[in-house]
Ligand binder design. Structure first.
Ligand code: 0A1
Ligand code: ZN
Length: 877
């Protein structure tokens, strides 16, 4: 049943389950429209539950065929059932067996939750509450069961049958054309980690030997004909498994590890025990079809899902409020893995860019919520940047505060103590408090308090005394439901830099302590540090490595920033200084001023020296702050067109000023070697594309010529797409030709066409709206596929600030109409698209009015899904 408002679920209302289900035996006969699910449960009362409670199982759109208790088939008056639930009233014995038969229709499942079809195959998605769409169950993460799954299907329809755990038996059913496979997973798990796959898939597999000598078959299964594109994912999986052994002492624990790529998937991927199911965007790659960013994304997501085997599966969450327990920690782990595999500073910069664009934006608007929310209506709407990205930052701060050795001891304790349990944030923090001997009570506020703290720094140098007094203060703005805020524990890693770039020695007088690594902990509203023994005025380098997820406001002048940009030993702050200088240029351009921050000159110097030593880092330096970054800096009455124009003006000026350097770089960075997705080559291509982008801004004619040549000559997708991204910004025949060539070449590859949809959706021109309407009719586009929707409508709403925020409101209307059209088919994807309105309140009044009207129109529509209704409602609160 579709409802307008779902009831509020509250953390404070948590109580233990009344029943436990120790074993689940499933027998599933796969059929495209009528799949029969026969489920046997061994049920017992939970000693911690209520003694006389009825058994209440959840369902969702289920057809019930029969219910049998302890071998006796129940009559309809012995239970209450509807598609959404099944209740066995008392009196019930202490323990009993329960058999439930249900029927589901995978072909009709357009929500892509539960059992559904993708590319002609069967697959499942059960997080957060999809298992209840397969059978009635105690569908909550603190009910852990041992699963045995028998799958049966026509051999021609589904030659491959996979489920969680190890394969125990398979065979033909003589004379029927059907076959079966039985899988057993010995590790108790919550229902959200259940998975099955059936279909025709190509397999790439190898043997992995764990640190203790256990042999594991690791396999990647892809749709028929795509096996060549699975190699990188398999390689990333092998490296992830080894890394978790060496870094965290975690070994894999089954005989097989299967990864299956499907083309219709609501999110990125899913960590089902022993059977990860992936959006194929995060598996398939070849030099001709995937960019370096795609390769990096695959490496990250493969690692993320694999790492969940311990942080998420072996130790799961007590309830969905604890989602960050598995997600924040696992993002932290995948970020560390990628940092070790590639360049640590560049990875940090990329992660902070994502954090600021996604999480800071979310946290400054109506959808702001704590990393551990206290209430929800629709849990699927809480797979957010706050839970994932800010959740990871909390783990990183924890490591800075207690140090890497205590952090590792804490992790070891967590694995030892909580293995096999459904845990809470308190359990997690308790392990680190014990391992470090520290009181983490105040630090725990990071999980409770929403909003991005603002840290303000100001300093005073006293030449006569040789001291520098640095005053730091913090304040967190109000967020929904949290009007007043308490001070947080903010680790600030800092250093002092002399005018000629030397690191100055750190000595302090007062009680404020800065440790040998430059760590100062700001845990009150204000603090002052007095540095002594200085013979020159220092330039403070604060929040090195972005040591806390805060906004830093400092009073450094442009000359100070140039010093940091040229000399800071901390690469993050070196990059940050460049970004701050560029931001100042853009803000000045918005005020109609021309200022000289010496940034162009400093960049030119950088391009001729350091840039060539570390191209990946240099590419990050060359990329100007995004329009969203600038908007966040301004904070109110945002006019996205004014920001866009000012940023473009600065980009053009820098491109023109640096043309000789950029041309030289673009030429020198060309390579004739065969494509490799390794860090060094990825960095080289990133810098080459960044140079092309900037030089085309400065000189469109020269830019178009170089971009066309790069487009034609490229032997890899990174350079081909980099060139196309430049060309689409220059109206004319060259752009039309390149777009047509690209579409013809990749007409049969939907994932590549997504790039083509996305680039066009991002063009900052009036005509883009009509172009999108046109593209939505393209034969390769489909409202049934989440990747297509995200590529076209998602890119438009999330990245095309000027056109989504058109003054006439038509951009908002397009997205509102799309959300409404999509809602009946796939509420999760519709709800996510609607979050594009998350910053509407800071717009200037005309746009704000239009955005609000579009949101109100969505909210007022009858029969909305709980997903869309929740986002619309909270956005307007
Ligand atoms: N746990 C997965 C992400 C995921 C979350 C929800 C889903 O359906 C609503 C699907 C996948 C991860 O963190 O990778
Ligand atoms: Zn995850």
């Amino acid at each position: 049943m579709r409802t307008d408002t779902a009831p509020v679920v509250r953390l404070e209302d948590y109580r233990p389950t009344d029943f436990l289900i120790d074993t689940v035996v499933l027998d599933i006969a796969l059929d495209a429209t009528a799949t029969r699910v026969h489920a046997d449960f061994s049920v017992r009362r939970n000693p911690a539950g209520r003694a006389d409670a009825p058994l209440v199982l959840q369902g969702d759109e289920l057809v019930l065929l029969s219910v049998t208790r302890d071998g006796v088939r129940l009559t309809a008056d012995q239970y209450q059932a509807d598609p959404q639930g099944l209740i066995l009233p008392g009196p019930l014995p202490e323990s009993f067996s329960l058999t439930i038969e249900t029927m589901v229709n995978p072909s009709a499942n357009t929500k892509l939750m539960g059992l559904y079809r993708s590319g002609g195959n069967y697959c499942t998605q059960c997080e957060a509450e999809g298992f209840r769409r397969i059978t009635y169950f105690l569908d909550r993460p603190d009910v852990l069961s041992v699963y045995t799954t028998r799958l049966e299907a026509a051999r021609a329809d589904a030659p491959l049958l996979l489920a969680n755990g190890n394969l125990v038996e398979r065979g033909d059913i003589p004379g029927t054309g059907r076959h079966y496979a039985v899988w057993h997973d010995p590790h108790p798990k919550p229902a959200y980690l259940f998975a099955l796959v059936g279909g025709t898939l190509d397999t790439l597999a190898e043997e992995f030997v764990t640190a203790s000598g256990r042999k594991v078959e690791i396999a990647v299964h892809v749709e028929a004909g795509k096996r060549e594109r699975a190699a990188y994912a398999l390689d990333a999986l092998r490296r992830s498994m080894r890394w978790d052994e060496t870094t965290f002492g975690r070994e894999y624990d089954l005989d097989v590890f299967n990864v299956v790529a499907v083309s219709d998937f609501n999110m990125g991927a899913m960590e089902n025990k022993g059977l990860n199911i992936f959006n194929d965007k995060y598996v398939l790659a070849s030099s001709d079809t995937a960019t370096d960013a795609d390769y990096a994304g695959i490496e990250t997501v493969i690692a993320h899902e694999y790492f969940h085997n311990w942080t998420g599966n072996r130790i799961t969450c007590r309830d969905w409020f604890q989602l960050c327990l598995k997600e924040g920690l696992t993002v932290f782990r995948d970020q560390e893995f990628s940092a070790d595999e590639r360049s640590r500073p560049v990875k940090r910069i990329a992660d902070v860019r994502t954090l600021r664009t996604q999480q800071f934006a979310e946290d400054s608007g109506p959808l702001s919520h704590p990393v551990r929310p206290r209430t929800y209506r629709e849990i699927n709407n809480f797979y957010t940047a706050t839970v994932y990205e800010k959740g990871a930052e909390i783990v990183r701060m924890l490591r800075s505060l207690i140090g890497p050795a205590a952090f590792r001891r804490g992790m070891d304790l967590y694995f030892a103590r909580c293995d096999g349990t459904a845990a809470t944030i308190e359990d997690f923090l308790g392990c680190f408090a014990e391992a470090s001997g520290r009181d983490l009570g105040h630090f725990a506020q990071w999980y409770e308090q929403a909003g991005t703290p603002v840290v303000t720094a100001s300093g005073q140098y006293d030449a006569a005394a040789g001291t520098y007094r640095l005053t730091l203060s913090q304040a967190t703005p109000p967020t929904p439901g949290q009007p007043t805020k308490a001070p947080m524990v903010i680790p600030i890693v800092l250093g002092l830099v002399g005018a000629s770039g030397d690191a100055l020695p750190i000595a302090t007088t007062n009680e404020a302590t800065v440790d040998a690594d430059g760590l100062f902990v700001l845990d009150s509203a204000n603090a002052t540090i007095t540095f002594t023994g200085l013979t020159e005025r220092p330039v403070p380098s604060l929040l090195r490595g972005f040591s806390a997820p805060v906004r830093l406001e400092s009073e450094l002048d442009d000359d100070d920033l140039v010093v940091l940009f040229r000399h800071d030993s901390d690469p993050f702050n070196q990059w940050q200084a460049g970004q701050t200088l560029a931001t100042r240029l853009i803000l000045a351009a918005m005020r109609g001023e021309t200022v000289n921050t010496r940034f162009g000159e400093a960049l030119g110097h950088f391009l001729d020296s350091d840039a060539r030593n570390d191209p990946a880092f240099a590419a990050q330096v060359l990329a100007l702050p995004s329009e969203a970054d600038i908007a966040r800096d301004i904070g109110r009455d945002i006019n996205p067109t004014a920001i866009h124009n000012a940023r473009l003006a600065v980009k053009r000026a820098l491109g023109a000023e640096l043309a000789p350097h950029l041309n030289a770089l673009h030429g020198a960075l060309q390579s004739s070697e065969a494509y490799r997705p390794d860090a060094a080559n990825t960095g080289r291509r990133a810098l080459r594309n960044a140079a092309l982008d900037l030089l085309a801004a400065g000189d469109a004619t020269e830019g178009a010529a170089r971009a066309t040549a790069q487009f034609d000559e490229a032997d890899n997708m990174t350079e081909r797409l980099g060139a196309l991204a430049v060309l689409v910004l220059i109206p004319g025949a060259a752009r039309d030709h390149a777009l047509a060539t690209f579409a013809a070449r990749y007409g049969d590859n939907p994932l590549v066409l997504d790039k083509w949809f996305a680039l066009q959706a991002g063009i900052p021109e009036e005509g883009t709206l009509d172009r999108i309407t046109e593209l939505a009719r393209h034969p390769a586009f489909s409202m049934g596929n989440p990747n297509r929707i995200r590529a076209l409508f998602g890119s438009f709403a999330m990245t095309n600030a000027t056109q989504f925020n058109r003054e006439d409101g038509r951009g908002y209307d397009l997205i509102a109409d799309t959300v409404l059209a999509l809602d009946a088919r796939n509420p999760q994807v519709a709800a996510r698209l609607l979050t594009a309105f998350r910053t509407w309140r800071v717009l200037e009044p005309i746009r704000r009015g239009k955005a609000e009207a579009a949101l109100r129109r969505v909210a007022a529509t009858q029969g909305l899904s709980p997903d869309v209704s929740d986002i619309a409602g909270r956005s307007l609160e």
